[in-house]
Design a protein around this ligand. Structure first.
Ligand SMILES: [Zn+2]
Length: 235
């Protein structure tokens, strides 16, 4: 019953026994990837039946996945209408998001630098750079959605190291990377971000809190400036 048509199912390497839980998870990941790569556009209708046929699965795992995505704010369920992709982030919300990130993430990076261990540094290095090395041949849109995921992990790991769970939960709840990576599809976004990640890593390697704080602030400001053109024409 396990379908082989679920595209780009992530992180299932090594699984030989497909339990229903992992099927549901594969479907979740497949829909997530479609949302992130704009195969399903912001605001677009999502039909359970269409997805079930596309993935060659029953409606149950699709409904389960959509329920989970709804709980995360990534899809919206409307009475009598059904599911649709979360709308594009507004400019105002975008600016608020970056203001919040600029308050919290440089602070977290500074704290993380002070607590840095060689194990944590290895994990961060992996999260910061795997993408560029591993998927050179992959479709650019797939690469892009994978980079978005990796960027989310990199930033989450830093906040986790800082040791304030409430800050971590608050940032995770915003699904920042989901929203910002849907704004613009551009190779520059990933290349420049990787260079900025390198500078953050250098500060971590030197256990330099001040430099880590500054490098993170620069990264977030540059990220904001790269994405702002997506709102051209809006007030
Ligand atoms: Zn980043």
């Amino acid at each position: 019953m396990r379908s082989t048509t679920i595209p780009a199912a992530r992180s299932t390497d090594g699984f030989t026994v497909q339990r229903p839980a992992s099927l549901a998870n594969d479907v979740y990941e497949a829909i997530y990837a479609q949302l992130m790569s704009l195969k399903i556009n912001p605001g677009a209708r999502i039909t359970v039946d269409t997805l079930a046929r596309e993935f060659s699965v029953s409606q149950t795992p699709v409904r389960e996945a959509l329920g989970r995505l709804e709980g995360e704010g990534l899809v919206i369920k409307t009475h009598l209408v059904g599911y649709s992709a979360a709308p594009q982030i507004t400019r105002r919300r975008f600016e608020e998001l970056y203001e919040l990130r600029l308050r919290l993430e440089p602070y977290a990076a500074g704290r993380a630098a002070a607590k840095m261990t060689s194990e944590a540094l290895d994990a961060l290095t992996e999260a910061a750079g795997v993408m560029a090395r591993r998927n050179g041949g992959a479709d650019e849109r797939v690469r892009y959605s994978q980079f978005a995921r990796q960027d989310a992990e990199f930033h989450d790991l830093i906040v986790a190291l800082a040791g304030n769970e409430l800050i971590r939960e608050s940032l995770a709840h915003l699904h920042t990377h989901f929203h910002i990576f849907r704004l613009m599809f551009h190779a520059r976004v990933t290349e420049e971000a990787l260079e900025e990640h390198e500078r953050i890593l250098e500060a971590f390697a030197a256990r330099d809190s001040g430099a880590a704080e500054q490098a993170m602030a620069d990264h977030i400001e540059r990220s904001r400036d790269r994405l702002l053109p997506a709102f051209e024409g809006e007030a």
